[in-house]
Design a protein. Structure first.
Length: 436
C-alpha cells in the first residue's frame, strides 16, 4: 500500500479531506457526508487466527488509516474502544440455520457503543491539545445520546450536550440520557426528535454561537461511527463461514442506516456476506424507495422501535453515492417494513417458540425473517442483528413475554444513578441559553 486513503464529500468528489479532518468535522463543509474515495484493498488471509474485535478492526482499518495523523494510534484506539463481546449465537430451537449477532453487550446495551467509543478514542487523540473544549451536540431518539455520553464522560477536552424529546424515549433510555452530569448536559426538549435535530442544525450554522463554541457532531453522519462497526460483521461472517462453510445473510434493524452501511462496506471489502436485508419500522422511506425508485423523505412517526423512527435516513446519501443507479442499489439490498402490532406479536411468538427475547428493534428483523419463504430460510445461514438489549425496553417487552427480564450489570449500574436534566423549549434561543 503506497497511497493514503482520501475522504470525499458525497456532494463534491473534488473536496477531499484526510481521515482526521473527516472525523473532526463530522459533516463535510458542503453539507455532504464523507466517504473514502475508494475502499482500500483488504487481504482476507490476514484475519486468519484473529477473533478479538480490536485485532480484527485494526487489520480491517489499516488501509483506512494509512498515512493519516492517526495511523500509529489505530492499535490504541481499537484496543480502548472495541474490547467488547459481540457473539454470534445460534438459535438452537430453530430447525433452520438461524443465528443472532448480539450487539448489546457494551456499557449502554445497544450497538451504538461501538461507534461512539471508537469516535471518542479517535477524537481524544486529535483534540486533547486544543485550547477551547469541543462541544458535541447530539440529538437523540433514544440510544445514541446514552452511548455518546458514556463514551465521552469525564474526558476534560469535551462537553456533550444531549437533546431528547420529552415523553418519546423509554424510561430506561431516559435514565441513560440523564444519569451523567459533569461534562454531560442533558436537555429534555418540549417537542419531537425532529425538533431536536433542527435545533442542533441551527446551532451549527449560527454565527454567534459558533464564535463562542467549537461544535462537533457524534451522529452517524460521522464516518468515525461507521468504520468500527465493520469489525463485528467481519467477526460474525468469518464465524458463520467457519461453522457452516457458507456466507451469512444479515437482517439489520435500520433507521439512519449507519449499521447497515457498515455491513455493505464489509461485503465490498470481500468478507463472506451474502444477502443484506433492512428491517424498518413503520417509517418506510427506504422500502418505498427501493420499490418505486423515487426518493421521498418524510417526517418521522413514533413507533415502539423508537431508535429507528427516522423519516429521512442520513446515510442514504452515502449508499446512493456508492450505487447511484437504483437497480445497482436493489442488487445490494432489500428492505421491508414492520408495524407495531407485528413487533409485539413477534416478541411474544419467538419467546414462546425459541425462548429468545428481542427488543422492539430486533423484533423487526425477526419478523422480516419470518416473512421469508420457507425455502429461503432453510437454504441460507441467516443472522438477525440484535441492536439493543430487551431490558432497555422492559415496559414494552415484559408484558409480552409475561416475565421480568434480567438487567445486565452495566445497565443496572446506570439505572441506579441520580438524573440531571434541564427542560428546554424547542427553539434555538433556549438551546443557546442552555449552552451559556
Ligand atoms: C440506532 C438504532 C437502530 C438503527 O440503527 P441505524 O444505524 O440508525 O440504522 C436500531 N436499533 C437500535 C436499538 C438503535 O439504537
Amino acid at each position: 500500500m503506497t497511497v493514503s486513503t482520501r475522504y470525499i464529500s458525497t456532494r463534491n468528489a473534488a473536496a477531499s479531506a484526510t481521515l482526521s479532518e473527516a472525523l473532526a468535522r463530522g459533516l463535510a463543509p458542503d453539507g455532504g457526508l464523507y466517504v473514502p474515495e475508494r475502499l482500500p484493498a483488504l487481504d482476507l488471509a490476514a484475519f486468519s487466527g484473529l477473533t478479538r474485535l480490536p485485532d480484527l478492526a485494526r487489520q480491517a482499518l489499516q488501509g483506512f488509516f494509512y498515512a493519516d495523523r492517526l495511523q500509529y494510534e489505530l492499535a490504541g484506539i481499537t484496543e480502548a474502544a472495541l474490547d467488547m463481546a459481540a457473539p454470534t449465537t445460534a438459535v438452537e430451537a430453530c430447525a433452520d440455520p438461524l443465528s443472532v449477532l448480539e450487539l448489546y453487550h457494551g456499557p449502554t446495551a445497544a450497538f451504538k457503543d461501538f461507534g461512539a467509543r471508537f469516535l471518542a478514542e479517535s477524537l481524544q487523540r486529535l483534540e486533547s491539545a486544543q485550547p477551547l473544549p469541543l462541544t458535541i451536540l447530539v440529538a437523540t431518539s433514544g440510544d445514541t445520546g446514552g452511548a455518546v455520553a458514556a463514551a465521552f464522560y469525564r474526558r476534560p477536552w469535551v462537553r456533550v450536550v444531549i437533546l431528547y424529546p420529552k415523553g418519546l424515549v423509554s424510561p430506561r433510555q431516559e435514565q441513560q440520557l440523564t444519569c451523567w452530569g459533569e461534562n454531560v448536559r442533558s436537555l429534555r426538549v418540549e417537542g419531537s426528535f425532529d425538533d431536536c435535530q433542527r435545533m442542533v442544525k441551527e446551532a451549527f450554522v449560527d454565527p454567534q454561537l459558533r464564535r463562542r463554541h467549537r461544535f462537533s457532531s457524534a451522529n452517524s453522519i460521522n464516518i468515525g461511527r461507521l468504520l468500527p462497526q465493520m469489525a463485528y460483521y467481519i467477526a460474525s461472517s468469518l464465524e458463520i463461514r467457519r461453522r457452516t462453510g457458507r456466507s451469512g445473510s444479515y437482517i439489520i434493524p435500520a433507521g439512519n442506516l449507519g449499521n447497515a452501511f457498515a455491513a455493505v462496506w464489509a461485503r465490498e471489502l470481500g468478507l463472506p456476506i451474502d444477502r443484506i436485508v433492512l428491517a424498518h419500522n413503520s417509517n418506510c422511506t427506504v422500502p418505498d424507495y427501493l420499490q418505486s425508485g423515487e426518493w421521498r423523505p418524510r417526517a418521522s412517526i413514533a413507533t415502539l422501535a423508537s431508535a429507528m423512527d427516522v423519516g429521512n435516513p442520513s446515510n442514504m446519501e452515502r449508499l446512493r453515492s456508492m450505487y447511484p443507479a437504483i437497480d445497482s442499489l436493489r442488487a445490494q439490498l432489500s428492505a421491508d417494513s414492520v408495524d407495531d402490532a407485528a413487533i409485539c406479536a413477534r416478541i411474544s411468538a419467538d419467546y414462546r417458540e425459541f425462548g429468545r427475547t428481542w427488543c422492539p428493534h430486533t423484533a423487526t428483523a425477526a419478523e422480516v425473517y419470518r416473512r421469508l419463504p420457507a425455502e429461503a430460510r432453510q437454504e441460507r445461514p441467516w443472522v438477525l442483528v440484535a441492536t439493543a438489549h430487551p431490558a432497555k425496553f422492559n415496559e414494552i417487552v415484559e408484558p409480552l413475554i409475561g416475565r421480568p427480564i434480567a438487567v445486565p450489570g452495566d445497565l443496572a449500574k446506570l439505572l441506579s444513578l441520580p438524573q440531571h436534566r434541564t427542560d428546554v423549549a424547542p427553539s434555538l434561543a433556549s438551546l443557546a441559553a442552555a449552552l451559556a
